[in-house]
Write a protein that binds this ligand. Sequence first.
Ligand SMILES: [Zn+2]
Ligand SMILES: [Zn+2]
Length: 145
Amino acid sequence: MILGIGFVAAFLLMEGCAWLAHKYVMHGFLWSVHKDHHQPTGSVFQKNDLFFLIFAIPSLLSIMFGMMKGAHGLTGIGFGIAAYGIAYFLVHDILIHRRFNWFDKIQNRYFKAVRRAHRVHHEKPFKEDGESFGMLYIPRKFYKE
Ligand SMILES: [Zn+2]
Ligand SMILES: [Zn+2]
């Protein structure tokens, strides 16, 4: 089943992968690509957007091979990764950074905490001593008003 355990597991694991990639890769050897997300240049597209393409590769490969081999679990994993990418884009790029003026009126406890947590991440404009690298999973402390 495509929307089965593989889909859910991939979606959940992606939060961990995104955290690791953000902390150790984007704030590590690929800082040059992530830098313009912390030090905006004012242009519409950021080099940082390339990470969406990088994360799309395992998703596309899983969907492709899953469909070719009739391996629905693998196809599900591919769609799970893709769903996480979409959720990340909606939350990070639209809700937090407002790259489009969609859902302006959203004001719930969870989204407030998401914004607060990511604001802490953006307080540090440099590669080192970053904080709060996750996206959808928000530690309890950020729920406090
Ligand atoms: Zn960062
Ligand atoms: Zn950001």
